[in-house]
Design a protein around this ligand. Structure first.
Ligand code: 3HC
Length: 713
């Protein structure tokens, strides 16, 4: 086994190398190893100074996140951080100059280790940051106390509350880094350390004095940050805890501030918010692992792409390719539709430009990568075609038959269908092994999810190429099975069914949307439908009806179809579940017509409308999701419960701090979820049936995550 910590003398400098692949995370053994190596260097007559450096691609990416799972109580956490804080003080007390040499990332505990060194040097591409908040915790190894002393309270607050890393040049200007090293980092760091040794120079970050005016400025920054978080981080714990810790330190000094930091860290690390966010961190990395697709499966390069259909989705997909620097052909059936599609694309880029996120030159350069066309000329040159025509089986099959003929045999043929059977397209193409689903979420150029739908004959290399491509397009690719609606929309049908039925029973559109947005979704079910288009869902329902199927068991509310018949398609027509100022406007007001339609539908179904409590709305909708999610999992259409969570977090903005619908069900407790399903069955009818997996897990006393108990506090 390679040594986690290596010790060597170079030119009278002790070089301590951390070698814990892949990211040099601070496991307990790494912490101890660093501590021992620094003590050894201090006692070593051959060493005048010490350099701490990382092996591989990075310095230290932080504490080992898995270790937090063993901290079951606040006391566990306090004990562990007492040890860590003492260790970092020992580092700072080193009699010989101690220099952190940073390449790659110094994140979280990695940055805290670096700040406990006397000096920091870095390669120009290195980054430093305190991303703990993204895991529902705060910097717990002195970061909230040392960072304000180096970078000032304002920047420290920003870094610790948004979690974004800062590039080395900016970090140098702000005082976090002492020198940028051009060329070999190790030699540069050794030379730097020798120079400090020659002057017998050391500097403890904890002893940097904060002048009175800086304290005042820092306290003002804390107040401002709290006010801003009240709008952006409502209902979250960690970002506010960061401000509390920084503020306490400014008011009471380093030692007391450090104690307060430990307490606040302990509160956060055992919170459900942190467990949920840590779960998502690993779930997001797990999704790329498909059990029967080995890591070394060959992947193809996507150098050129094509998209068929320049509607809202097709245009958004073409933008994804262009944004990634991949030239893309965008095909429409006639010039007018193509012009409309290109005009929308241009408008989208201009909006981004008006926000200062793109320069005019960047806009032109990116748009130039999209070549509009009404023919298949050039399709024999592309590596992938994404079909994004209307959601109609015959039309899609005809499109696949055509693209099967005009492309090279190794070209990937992907469908953006949101519901239909991928295997039918595969047959129509004549090249089933190359066919799969690439289901984007609206707006396709914004939402991070890509459902990669595996057909019966999809080749493994087509899947691995798609996963690699997803990363390049800045998406999270999740491989799912080919059932109706795949994972996202299959479960969504149950979510929408409950939303519709709750409306008929007496809740209002506004109430239901409010309950879901208060829970943390960016938009409620009705607001979402108005954005996506009521016509889209109606067409799918009508198609299913024509083949004798429905999207979800149970009564189908007639209200959405009534709106469709009235031409109320949502925002685009100026009316849907809400009324809008004008077609395309987002300014909405409620419409009494909806209550009237709901009354009529309720009367027809013999339902006496009643006030519905907010709790019931949330419970019904989340239970419907988890119960159907359990079926999806049991039937093998999702590989892991975590994959479903990722689909919902990135596809629909399901609140991250809940961990996704499956993790949330675990926190509610599966026995409670099961008893709710049974209660709803008794109240509403047999269309509510517990998923077999849910029953099995409850019987075994487990949650969806085997190591998680069925109820989390
Ligand atoms: N602990 C444990 N495992 C970690 C880890 C960490 N801090 N950081 C990354 N990993 C693992 C990943 O799970 C992944 O494992 P896998 O290969 O088995 O799936 C592997 O390292 C590679 O990670 P990525 O796939 O994310 O690699 P990238 O190159 O895309 O990104 C990175 C590298 C930017 C370092 C990214 O991994 C990252 O952001 N890591 C987390 C950083 C972080 O949050 N640090 C703070 C931790 S909490 C802390 O330090 C508390 C302290 O205040 C006490």
């Amino acid at each position: 086994m390679p040594e986690l910590i290596r010790y060597a003398i170079s030119d009278r400098v002790a070089v301590i190398t951390i070698d814990n692949p892949p990211v040099n995370a601070l496991s307990p053994a790494v912490w101890t190893g660093i501590d021992e190596a620094i003590a050894r260097a201090n006692a070593d007559p051959q060493a005048d100074a010490i350099v701490l450096i990382g092996a591989g691609s990075t310095f230290i990416a932080g504490a080992d996140i898995k270790v937090f799972d063993v901290l079951k109580t606040r006391d566990d956490s306090m004990k562990r951080s007492d040890g860590t804080h003492a260790l970092l003080r020992r580092m700072e007390d080193s009699a010989k100059p101690l220099v952190a040499a940073i390449h790659g990332n110094a994140l979280g505990g990695g940055m805290e280790v670096a700040m406990s060194c006397h000096f920091r040097v870095a390669g120009k591409d290195a980054k430093v940051g305190q991303p703990e908040v993204l895991l529902g915790i705060i910097p717990g190894a002195g970061g909230t106390q040392r960072l304000p002393r180096l970078a000032g309270a304002e920047l420290a607050l920003t870094m610790c509350t948004d979690g974004k890393p800062v590039a080395a040049p900016k970090a140098r200007a702000a005082g976090m880094i002492d020198e940028i090293i051009e060329g070999d980092l190790s030699s540069g760091a050794i030379a730097f350390a020798k120079a400090k040794a020659a002057k017998k120079e050391t500097r403890k970050t904890r002893d940097i004095a904060v002048p009175a005016d800086a304290v005042k400025g820092g306290l003002d920054a804390c107040a401002k940050m709290r006010a801003s978080l009240a709008k952006t981080a409502r209902g979250m714990r960690a970002p506010f805890a960061v401000v509390d810790a920084v503020e306490f330190g400014l008011q009471n000094g380093f030692d007391k501030g450090s104690v307060r930091e430990r307490e606040l860290f302990a509160d956060c690390v055992v919170s459900t918010e942190s467990k949920a966010l840590r779960h998502l961190f690993f779930a997001e990395r797990e999704v790329a692992k498909i059990p029967d697709v080995p890591k070394d499966t060959p992947t193809g390069d996507i150098r050129r792409a094509a998209v068929v259909g320049a509607g809202t989705m097709g245009g958004g997909i073409a933008m994804n390719y262009a944004n990634a620097g991949i030239p893309v052909l965008l095909k429409e059936i006639d010039q007018a539709a193509l012009d409309r599609g290109m005009a929308t694309i241009r408008k989208n880029y201009e909006v981004t430009m008006s926000k200062g996120k793109l320069t005019p030159e960047q806009v032109e350069k990116t748009i130039a990568l999209i070549t509009p066309t009404t023919s298949y000329d050039g399709f024999d040159q592309v590596d992938i075609v994404t079909e994004a025509v209307f959601e109609n089986m015959d039309l899609k099959k005809a499109t696949f038959a055509e693209i099967g003929k005009v492309t090279r045999p190794d070209c990937i043929l992907a469908s953006n269908s949101s519901t239909l059977d991928i295997d039918e397209f595969a047959r129509a193409s004549g090249r089933p092994a190359q066919v799969l689903g690439h289901h984007y979420f609206s707006p396709a150029n914004v939402m991070k999810l890509l459902e990669i739908v595996r057909g019966r004959d999809t080749d493994k290399s087509v899947l691995s190429t798609s996963l690699k491509l997803a990363k390049r397009l800045n998406k999270v690719g999740v491989v799912v099975g080919n059932c109706f609606g795949f994972v996202a929309n299959r479960m969504l049908a149950y979510y929408m069914r409950e939303a519709y039925l709750l409306l008929e029973e007496g809740a209002s559109v506004e109430q239901i949307d409010r309950v879901l947005t208060t829970f943390g979704l960016p938009v409620g079910p009705y607001g979402m439908q108005d954005i996506a288009g009521i016509d889209v869902g109606a067409r799918i329902r009508h198609y299913l009806k024509s083949i004798g199927k429905s999207r979800a068991e149970g009564p189908q509310s007639e209200v959405p179809d009534r709106l469709y018949e009235m031409g109320r398609y949502g925002q685009k027509t100026g009316a849907g579940w809400y009324k809008y100022d004008a077609p395309g406007s987002r300014n909405r007001t409620s419409d009494p017509l909806i209550e009237q339609l709901a009354e009529e539908a309720a009367t027809k179904r013999g339902i006496k409308r009643r006030p519905v409590a907010d709790d019931e709305i949330l419970a019904r909708i989340t239970t419907a999701l988890a119960n159907e999610g359990a079926r999806v999992l049991d039937e093998g259409f999702a590989t892991r419960a975590g994959d479903i969570d990722i689909v919902y977090v990135y596809g629909f903005g399901f609140p991250r701090q809940s961990g996704g619908p499956m993790f949330y069900a675990d926190t509610v407790g599966l026995p409670t979820v099961l008893s709710r399903v049974k209660e709803y069955r008794d109240r509403f009818g047999d269309y509510w049936q517990p998923a077999p997996l849910l029953e099995r897990l409850v019987k075994e006393g487990r949650g969806f995550y085997s190591e998680a108990p069925a109820t989390v506090g």
